[in-house]
Structures are given as C-alpha cells and as structure tokens.
Ligand binder design. Structure first.
Ligand SMILES: [Zn+2]
Length: 372
C-alpha cells in the first residue's frame, strides 16, 4: 500500500537577536498585507460593488512592491506575503459561507503572532540541529520528534511568553502499523475524560486539575492588578506560563490516549461531537473543554489511518444513556444526569451509566459498520 498523507510537527526554535528581528519584520509585513488588502477589498466593494479575489490581490501586491512607500515588502519573504493574502481570502470565504464573522484587522498587540511560508525548491529544510527558513536564515531548532518526508509549509509563531515555534506541515508516506484488533465504544464521561465499553474509566490527568485551579487563582490575582502596571505585566506572563503548561499536559495526554486507542482496537465507536451542547452543561464544561475533544478526535482520525482502524460515529440523537444494553428497554428516567447507576425495570440488569452508554455506542456503531 502506498499512500501519502500530511502531518503537523511543532518544534521550539531559538532564533538569535538578528533572526528575531527578521522574524518580527515578516510578522509585520504579513500583517500589513492582510490589513491593506482587507481595506482595499472593503472599499472596492463599498464604492463600486467590485470584489477583489485572491488572484487580483496577488497581482496588485506584485506592483505594489515597486512603489517607493511599499518597497520594504519586496525584501520580505514573498511566499509568506502570498500566504497572508490566502488567509484573507479564506477569511472572506468563511464569511460568505456563514462560518465566521466579517474578517477583522490583525493587531500588532495581539498576544500571538505568526506567519506561514511555503517550501519552494527546498528553501525550508532541516540541517542537523538547524532549520533553514527563507529570509531568516539558519535557526537553531529542538527536534523533539523526528519526521521523514517532504516539508510542504512552515508556520513560524511567537507565543504570549515570547517563545518562538515552528509548525512544519510534512507530507509523509503512510507506513501501516498493526493494531490489536479490539472493538470499543467510548462515551464522554461526566467525571472522566471518557468511559469505554469494557468498563475502563479514563480520568482526566490529576496534574491538569491542579494547574487549572492554579490558573483560576492567578487569573483572579491578575484582575486585581492595575492595568498596564509592571506588576500586571509580570502577572500576565505568569498566567500565560500556566496556560502553556496546561496546553502541554493536555496535548501529551491526548496523544497518549489516542495512540493507545488506535493501537488496541480495530473498531472505535463514538458519538458525533456535541461540543456546543456540552459546554452549556456546566458539569461537563469543567472537565471537558470543547477544544480538547475536537483535538482528540482529529488525532484519532489521522492515527486511525496509520493503524488501519475504523472510527465509527454514532448520531448524537441516539439515546445511548437511556437504553438498557442487555435487553434494549428504553428508560427515560435515566435522562437525569445525576443518576449514576440504575437497574433495568425490564430485565433487572444493573448498569453503570457511562459504561452502559459506551456499550450501546459500540453496538450501534457495529450495526452501522455492517450495514455499510
Ligand atoms: Zn434491560
């Protein structure tokens, strides 16, 4: 089997002073291009009802670089500027398709800055402990994971605490890995990250809880500081440091859990994400953040390709909690989220709420799989 797929790899990079200046300069140029063409597109539409698409924007940008006030753009990373135009175009597309609000201007003061650049003629490559980046040079990189494949593009970013990162989008050849052939249904738990149909409760990492409490405390502390003061800036850095710690802990956890699932199972059944509904429920909002579940799902999806397993999604409308997994009786009383254990009035089976739901999800998923 020969198949290509793309995968993201994020690494910390350590640019020196001069390289930082160059990176910051590209951030600025990309922001400028984005904002300039946002204004242009808005105005053109307002005045003449003309829409300026990506192709036209790109042509205008080329001529813009020749005019004195804008020559600084000519010395910047041209691919990055093009990508910035594409981002703007995508923002408009999302607006037209009603997926997002009208594009907003990019601010220099936004807590995270980034730009994306494309790999043309191998201009982006790893050489030993360095990454070659166009217009920036040979930047020290910490290659925490190795990759084998062609770099398609690179996104350089600076986080709120002032650290620099690069995300490489790599095209890799799919090398199938074996899975243990199990079958499992998973249910988003009330207290746990999830519960599976074999009765395993996968808790959220304890350390995560601890840091979340700490974050709440430090955020309260920040809100009491005078805005713009030295202390407030210091506190803001502390808050973003904890944010980062939480993000890293969660990412590790999600990677570990998703790899375990795909390596142990041939079939994984789960409900379609009902993120919006979950957040409204304050019990769940605490332990399950929407972002973390959709990240988990996308990890499962790309890893399932490597391990050759099936991920079956069961409709949110399927009453997984209310059905008795032994006899199929529907017990509407169980709708009440506080009921953790129940006995089926029809067949007398004793159920743990989440495990019962997970078994139902597995059964329903298998039905869908055999029907397909
Ligand atoms: Zn029953």
């Amino acid at each position: 089997m020969y198949m290509l797929y793309t995968k993201g790899y994020k690494y910390r990079i350590y640019p020196n002073r001069a390289q930082i200046n160059r990176i910051e300069n590209i951030f600025g140029c990309c922001r400028f291009v984005f904002n300039y063409f946002l204004t242009l597109r808005r105005t053109a539409w307002k005045i003449s009802g003309q829409s300026i698409n990506y192709v036209l924007s790109s042509r205008i940008l080329t001529s813009l670089k020749k005019y004195r006030p804008y020559v600084f753009l000519a010395s910047s990373d041209s691919m990055a500027l093009q990508e910035s135009l594409k981002d703007l175009d995508r923002a408009y597309q999302n607006f037209f398709d009603k997926r997002n609000s009208y594009p907003k201007y990019k601010s220099k003061h936004f807590h995270k800055q980034s730009y994306r650049t494309r790999n043309v003629n191998n201009c982006i490559r790893v050489e030993g402990k360095h990454l070659i980046l166009p217009k920036v040079g040979k930047v020290k990189i910490k290659l925490s994971r190795s990759f084998k494949g062609r770099i398609l593009n690179a996104t350089v970013s600076r986080d709120p605490s002032g650290k620099y990162y690069v995300s490489l989008c790599v095209e890799e050849e799919l090398i199938p890995k074996p899975n243990a052939g199990g079958m499992t249904g998973i249910d988003v738990g009330l207290h746990d990250f999830y519960v599976d149909s074999n009765g395993n409760h996968i808790p959220n990492p304890k350390a995560l809880r601890r840091y979340e409490k700490k974050l709440a405390r430090e955020q309260r502390r920040l809100s009491r500081k005078v805005k713009g003061s030295k202390n407030s800036k210091k506190q803001r850095r502390e808050v973003s440091r904890i944010h980062e710690k939480i993000h890293n802990l969660r990412t590790d956890f999600l990677h570990k859990e998703s790899t375990r699932l795909v390596s142990e199972n041939q079939v994984i059944c789960m409900e379609t994400l009902k993120v919006k509904g979950m957040v409204r429920n304050h019990h769940l909002a605490k332990s399950v953040s929407d972002a973390s579940w959709s990240r988990f799902f996308s990890m499962l999806k790309y890893k399932s390709m490597e391990y050759g397993c099936d991920i079956i999604q069961v409709s949110t409308f399927f009453p997984s909690s209310q059905l008795c997994s032994c006899c199929g009786y529907k017990n509407p009383v169980v709708k009440d989220l506080s009921i953790r254990k129940w006995v089926c009035p029809c067949c007398g089976a004793e159920h743990d709420r989440d495990m019962n739901a997970a078994i139902n999800i597995l059964k329903e998923g298998m039905k869908l799989l055999t029907a397909a």
